[in-house]
Design a protein around this ligand. Structure first.
Ligand code: FES
Length: 140
């Protein structure tokens, strides 16, 4: 089941906007499952225990990815491809969300949940499908 519903995304967006970002840390407790999906163990990633917490990891299929805690709900996460939708530069986290710094980026800014705030990008950071339980976030 895909937990990235429109309603969940909007609710999570509001929570993150209110609480702000916590600097990302590298994910640990990550394993590739036999079906090719990537599992991020929550007990090994305490940053994801708090709304606004972020961990980053590299997945062969997507490149650099962030898992963002968007609400206290069991399924309250966003998983984002950190490649800027404008021209592919990897965005970096700042106190307001994500920025595609110049150079080599062109200054686009995104909310922590990936929503576009400032162009030249014309779309949000790409969300990646996932499922979540009380123990892990599994990235498709
Ligand atoms: S590549 Fe990010 S703004 Fe151009």
């Amino acid at each position: 089941m895909n937990s990235l519903s429109r309603r969940g995304f909007i609710c999570g967006s509001a929570a993150v906007a209110v609480l702000g970002a916590v600097p990302a840390v590298a994910a640990s407790g990550v394993k590739t499952l036999a079906n090719g999906k990537t599992e991020v163990n929550l007990s090994s990633n305490t940053a994801l225990g708090s709304v606004g917490g972020v961990v980053e990891l590299n997945i062969k299929k997507y490149g650099k990815v962030a898992v963002v805690r968007t609400s206290k709900s069991v399924k309250g996460f966003s998983v984002l491809n950190l490649s800027c939708p404008h021209a592919g530069v990897i965005v970096k986290q700042n106190s307001a969300g994500w920025v595609c710094s110049a150079p080599p980026g062109h200054g686009s800014e995104f909310a922590l949940n990936g929503a576009l705030k400032v162009g030249p990008a014309t779309s949000p950071l790409r969300p990646i499908k996932f499922t979540a339980t009380s123990k892990a976030v599994t990235i498709a």
